[in-house]
Ligand binder design. Structure first.
Ligand code: NAD
Length: 371
C-alpha cells in the first residue's frame, strides 16, 4: 500500500472510547476499500491520563500528536475528576493539544440531513448547510485575566469589592490567517463569507473588519458581508439556510457553533476539525463532550465521531473518495431508519420505518453501507 498515514487515536473518557472506537472501526473498513494504510496508535488524555500518570496531557501523548499526520479524539472529562483544581482538570488536555499543536482554525460544519426528517427544532429550517470557521488559539480565552480588590465605589456609594477581568486581544497576523481560511473555504463552497463580530463596540472587531476588507482584493469571487454577533444569532434561527461560511473570533464561534449544532439536530451528529498551518497535523473530534449520563450504555450516537473521520480524510489527508463513501454510508443508514435515542423523534416508530439502535449497531450498519 503506497498511501500510509500515522494516526493518533485518543479515546478519552465517558462515551469517548465508545464513539472513538466506532470512528476507528469505520476508518479501518474504509481504508481497506480505498487502499490506504492508517497506522493507528492509541494514547491517553483527559481523566484516564490523570488516573494513569497524574496529568491530563502526558508528554508522550503530545509528542505523538505532533509527530502524527492527524489525531482522532473522543472526549474528555466527567464528574469523577470535577473536584480537581482547574489547571489539572481533564479539559486542560484539549487546550494543551490545541496550543501545543498550534491549531488556530476550528471548522464546524452544520448540515441538516434530509434523511433525518423533522429532527430540527425549527419549524421551517430549509436546507441548512453552513461552515463556521472559528479562531481557536487567541482572543479573550487566552488574553490577560485576573481579579483584585477594588477600593472604588459605584455612583450610589456601594463598594465595588472584588473586580475580575478578561482581555480580548488579537494581532493582525492572527486575524489575517483565520480570515484567509474563511475565504479559502468559501471559494470551495458557495463563495459567500460572513464575518461575525461586534464592530459597533469592540476595537478588535474593527481590526477584523479592516483586514477582511483588504483581503477581498485577493478573493474577488467571494461575496463578503458583515453581521454583528447578536444579529447573527437571530438570523441563524430565522434564515439559517442562507449562510455559507461564517468566520469569527474564538468566543463568538464557540457560542454560535452550539446554536448551529442545535438547529441541525443533535450534538451527536456534529464533527469538527482543528487545523494549523498547511502540512502540520490536524485534530478531528466530535463537538460533544464525554456525556457521563449515557457513558458505558451503548447508547451514544457515533455519527459525530464517524463524520470527524470523514472530515479528516477529505480536508486533511486528501482521501476524498473514501470521505465521500463515509458520508454516503451515514446518509443511507439514516435513510434506512436507524436511530440512536438522541435522534429518534418522539412519536416516530416502526410504523414509520424507524429502528432504535445501539452505538455498535449504528456503526456496523454504517460499515456495511460503505461502498
Ligand atoms: P456533553 O456534550 O457531554 O453532553 C450534553 C448532552 O448531550 C448530554 O445529555 C449527553 O447525553 C448528550 N450527548 C452528548 N454526546 C452525545 C452523543 N454522541 N450521543 C447522544 N447524546 C449525546 O456535555 P456536558 O454534559 O456539558 O459535559 C460532560 C463532560 O464532557 C464534562 O466533563 C465536560 O467538561 C466535558 N466536555 C468535553 C468536551 C471535549 O472533550 N471536547 C467538550 C464538551 C464537554
Amino acid at each position: 500500500m503506497s498511501r500510509s498515514y500515522n494516526i493518533v487515536s485518543i479515546p478519552g473518557d465517558g462515551i469517548g472510547p465508545e464513539t472513538n472506537g466506532a470512528a476507528v472501526k469505520v476508518l479501518e473498513a474504509v481504508s481497506k476499500k480505498y487502499g490506504f494504510d492508517p497506522r493507528i496508535t492509541e494514547y491517553k488524555a483527559g481523566g484516564c491520563a490523570i488516573d494513569a500518570y497524574g496529568v491530563p496531557l502526558p508528554g508522550e501523548t503530545l509528542e505523538a500528536a505532533l509527530e502524527s499526520d492527524a489525531v482522532l479524539l473522543g472526549a474528555v472529562g466527567g464528574p469523577r475528576w470535577d473536584m480537581i483544581e482547574a489547571e489539572r482538570r481533564p479539559e486542560q488536555a484539549i487546550l494543551g493539544l490545541r496550543q501545543g499543536m498550534h491549531l488556530y482554525a476550528n471548522l464546524r460544519p452544520a448540515t441538516l440531513m434530509k434523511e433525518l426528517g423533522n429532527v430540527s427544532p425549527l419549524k421551517d429550517p430549509g436546507n441548512i448547510d453552513l461552515l463556521i470557521v472559528r479562531e481557536l488559539t487567541g482572543g479573550i480565552y487566552f488574553g490577560k485575566q485576573g481579579s483584585y480588590k477594588s477600593t472604588e465605589k459605584l455612583f450610589d456609594g456601594t463598594r465595588k469589592g472584588t473586580v475580575a477581568f478578561d482581555t480580548e486581544s488579537y494581532s493582525e497576523a492572527e486575524i489575517e490567517r483565520i480570515i484567509r481560511r474563511g475565504f479559502e473555504f468559501a471559494m470551495k463552497r458557495n463563495k459567500k463569507l460572513t464575518l461575525v463580530d461586534k464592530a459597533n463596540v469592540l476595537c478588535t472587531s474593527r481590526l477584523w473588519r479592516q483586514i477582511a476588507k483588504t483581503l477581498t482584493e485577493e478573493y474577488p469571487d467571494v461575496a463578503l458581508d458583515f453581521l454583528y454577533v447578536d444579529n447573527c444569532s437571530m438570523q441563524l434561527v430565522s434564515r439559517p439556510a442562507t449562510f455559507d461560511v461564517i468566520v469569527t473570533s474564538n468566543m463568538f464561534g464557540d457560542i454560535l457553533s452550539d446554536l448551529a449544532g442545535q438547529i441541525t439536530g443533535s450534538v451527536g451528529l456534529l464533527p469538527s476539525a482543528s487545523l494549523g498551518n498547511p502540512g502540520m497535523p490536524g485534530l478531528f473530534e466530535p463537538i460533544h463532550g464525554s456525556a457521563p449520563d449515557i457513558a458505558g450504555q451503548n447508547k451514544a450516537n457515533p455519527i459525530a465521531s464517524i463524520l470527524s473521520v470523514q472530515l479528516m480524510l477529505k480536508l486533511h489527508l486528501g482521501e476524498k473518495d473514501a470521505a465521500d463513501s463515509i458520508l454516503e454510508a451515514v446518509r443511507k443508514t439514516l435513510a434506512d431508519g436507524a436511530r440512536t435515542p438522541d435522534i429518534a423523534v418522539h412519536g416516530d416508530g416502526e410504523d414509520k420505518g424507524i429502528t432504535l439502535v445501539t452505538t455498535e449497531e449504528m456503526t456496523d450498519r454504517i460499515v456495511a453501507n460503505l461502498e
